[in-house]
Every structure is written in C-alpha cells, then in structure tokens.
Design a protein around this ligand. Structure first.
Ligand code: PLZ
Length: 447
C-alpha cells in the first residue's frame, strides 16, 4: 500500500529499533495478510519490509534489522545490488517478455554461456533456464531419464529439493513439506547421508554404506540419477565427511548414472567458492542452480554435459517464463557483482568471522553440539548437552530472541534444531559482529 523507498547499499548500515518487533505498522499489515493470504504460506518473522540493502532490512515501522538470512540464500550480492538494479531497469524498459521459445534474445544465451564458464568441469556444457529451484530439479531428472533410458532416482536422508510433486518425493521431511500432499511420484529411492555429528563415519565409509543400499535395493543399472546437495540446506546445513562426494561421484561415473548436484542453496559464492562441489573438486554431470543466481529475481538453471542436455528431443524442455529477460538481466548483474567484488573471497572471510564467533559460543554453551558449514553458509546444531538428542525448543527460543532484538535469523534441520546463518555477502564485519553479539545474548537469556 505504501510507495517504495530506495534500498540498496546506500541504506544506513545499522541495527536500529524504534518500536517493538514487529511494530504496529507491521502488525496491522499482518492482519491483512491473515485475511487475504492462504494460511499455508507462512512467515518466519511477521515484519513487513519497506527497503533492504547491504546487510539490513528496513521495516514499515522504521526499524532497521540485520539480515542473516538473505531471503534464504538468495540476495547473496545484497538486496537491490547496484548492477542488478541498473541492468533490470534497462531491460524492463526495453522489453519484459517474448518467451524464449517464441522469439529468443541475448540475455538468455549470455546466462547460459556464463554458466558454462563458471560451473565445475572443463567439458562442453549447455543449460536450460527455468523459474524456480524445484523446476530446475524436475528438469534435471527429466534430462537424466531421457539420457539414460532408466527410471530410478536416488536421493538422501535429510534432502530438500522442492515442493512440486516430483520434488516432494525427493524431499525427505514430511512436515511441513509433504504432509497430506501425496501420493508422490514413484521411482524415488532414499540412501543414508554422511552426517558426521550423528554417524561419526569417514566419507569413504559413509559413501560405501549409501552405495550398498542403492546397489542392493535399487540396482545401479536401474538408476538414471543420483541427486545430492553437496552441503544440505533445509535438512540442516549438513556437510558430508571429506571423501563422501568424490566416492559417490566415482561410483556414479563407473555405472553410467547421472550425478546431479543440487547447488540451489550452496551455489554462487555462498560457500567461499563459486560452487560447493569445487571444495573437493567434484564435477557433477548436471548442476541445478537458482536463488543466488539472480539477486532476487526468479531464475533457475540446469547446466550439464552438452551430450546429456542434448539427449532430450527438440521442444522437450521449456516453459512460458523460463529465462525471462528481466531475470536474465538480473543474473548477469549479480554475476558481475560477484566477480567485481570477489564475493567467493568475501564469503570465505565472512565464514572465518562467523566460525570464530560460533566456536566461542559453543565453548560457553554445551547445548551447541556442532559448529559446521563453509563460507557464508554456517550453522550450529543444538542438542541436549552431551547427547545428540535434538533441542528444537532452544533453537526456536534463541531465534525468537534475535528477531525481537532486530536480527533476522533462520532455523532448519530435520528436527528443527539447527540455527543457520546466511548473511548477504554485502554485509559489513561490524554488522556481523553486532548480530553475533545479539545471538550470544540470546543464548545467555535462554540458558
Ligand atoms: N533445492 C537445495 O534449498 C529451496 C525452500 C524454502 P525453490 N530452499 C528453500 C521453502 O520452505 O519453500 C531449495 C533448495 C534446494 C531446491 C530448492 C527449491 O527451490 O526455488 O524454492 O523451488
């Protein structure tokens, strides 16, 4: 209802509370949300945003909050990043849509060429552009099935791949993603994930365990694809033990199975490299990207070996909006920001700062059973002290404390007991320190 306020990095970079959080303006808007928006669409923090940029969100009450969520790992380059705004404005004034399947345009091809360059591996690559992460995963499975002539798809415990019918089947957690939404797509099989805190296994042993399950319960020759998040996102920021991903990649290669890396949450500089696969030199056959790719505009992609991508018949891939010109302009702007400001390097530095703050916190609070993650994708898992029994209530309590103090935090995990930190890479060290002071105070206040 209100007219937009300018955001971007020019917004005052501060935490400043002028009302309770949420304030009266947000509360009034939330009542309208209740009246007109389906209850199934929930919100983590009922604060309505007026502008955002750098490392802050400005709400309609005039509160300035520190952002440790980036809209779930989307505004990696910062909200309303200058190069995204500039290119979107230019594009939106030139034309907003033609449908690439009707009459093509440069932006789409530019994004595909850039993806071929940035994604892991030196082989010839091609891409198809879609609207959402789930749609990218669906298309990766279509391509893998078409290329192999096989049906089965393997996924992992704690996996999250989306909310469409096929991707619900691929997602592990029932509540809230799958409950009462079945029946689900068939030929999806689940293997045990490497979860160092809970299984204590080496990467090689955890891979052998997963491969044995797939071999015995599905059969390698029936598998079209193995889909995996190289660092699991919604499932709890689970970083598999070193060696797990390379062993899996070797097995899929030896058996003609398409390895799909779902880098929708971990990709585009988030973990300190362009893609999380880069940390162990894993080269997937197909990679799915979305979120951080376009600075907040809806865009997703499947990128992969040219011969796999081209196994699909002409006309077999597409969609009305996939690779929309405005979203492509945003992606080119976001990638320009990532290159210009060395955002992989910035993510590494942010990761070091966060890790040291979290290790310090873990020393003082035995409820923190694990500090993990890479780059600006960090988390702590909360358990009853001395055990691995999840403590979701504590995670919720600390998160709610942070929200009230003007720090936007998110939780995740199969048991809801993981506190995750995904700041925009445009955030300053000062704001990060201030945010972690608040997180620390949250642990003290709820002890
Ligand atoms: N694959 C690895 O992280 C999206 C989901 C939020 P879409 N994660 C955030 C929610 O509750 O809906 C995600 C992901 C990974 C796929 C997806 C799906 O991406 O763009 O949300 O469809």
């Amino acid at each position: 209802m209100s007219s937009p306020v300018s955001g971007g990095p020019g917004l005052p970079q501060q935490r400043r509370l002028v009302t309770a959080v949420p304030g009266p303006e947000s509360a009034a808007r939330f009542a309208r949300k209740k009246a007109y928006v389906a209850d199934g669409v929930s919100t983590a923090l009922p604060v309505f945003v007026a502008a955002a940029g750098g490392g802050v969100l400005l709400d309609v009450d005039g509160n300035s909050l520190i952002d440790l969520g980036s809209g779930i790992a989307v505004t990696t380059v910062g909200n309303a990043a200058p190069e995204v705004v500039r290119r979107v404005q230019e594009q939106v004034a030139a034309f907003t849509h033609t449908c690439f399947m009707v009459t093509p345009y440069d932006g789409y091809v530019d994004v595909c060429e850039t993806l071929a360059d940035l994604t892991p591996g030196d082989h010839a690559k091609k891409s198809a552009l879609l609207n959402s992460g789930a749609e990218a995963v669906e298309n990766a499975v279509k391509i893998a099935r078409s290329a192999t002539g096989r049906d089965a798809v393997a996924v992992f415990d704690h996996a999250y791949h989306g909310r469409t019918n096929l991707t619900m089947a691929m997602t592990a957690k029932n509540m809230p993603y799958k409950h009462r939404f079945g029946p689900f797509a068939g030929e999806v099989y689940r293997a045990p994930m490497s979860y160092p805190l809970r299984d204590g296994m080496s990467g090689e042993d955890a891979a052998a365990r997963a491969i044995d399950v797939l071999d015995k319960q599905v059969g390698a020759e029936n598998l079209a694809a193995v889909a995996i998040e190289p660092i699991q996102g919604e499932g709890g920021f689970i970083v598999p033990a070193e060696g797990f991903l390379p062993a899996l990649a070797e097995w899929t290669r030896a058996n003609g199975i398409v390895l799909i890396a779902d880098e929708i949450q971990s990709g585009f500089c988030r973990t300190g490299t362009w893609f999380a696969c880069d940390h162990e030199g894993v080269v997937p056959d197909l990679i799915t990207t979305a979120k951080g790719i376009a600075g907040g505009m809806p865009l997703a992609a499947v990128t992969g070996r040219a011969e796999l991508m081209d196994s699909v018949h002409v006309g077999g891939l597409g969609g009305t909006y996939g690779g929309n010109p405005v979203a492509c302009a945003a992606a080119l702007g976001a990638i320009e920001e990532m290159r210009r400001h060395d955002l992989p390097g910035r993510a590494t530095a942010i990761g070091e700062l966060i890790r040291s703050r979290l290790l310090d916190l873990a020393d003082r609070h035995p409820v923190i059973a694990d500090v993990r993650g890479r780059g600006a994708m960090m988390a702590i898992e909360l358990c009853q002290p001395g055990t691995v029994t999840p403590d979701a209530a504590r995670a919720a309590a600390v998160s709610s404390y942070c929200h009230q103090q003007g720090v936007v935090t998110l939780t995740c995990g199969t048991w809801g007991n993981v506190f995750r930190f995904l700041p925009p890479l445009s955030i300053s060290d000062d704001l990060l320190h201030e945010a972690f002071d608040v997180v620390a105070a949250g642990f003290d206040a709820t002890a």
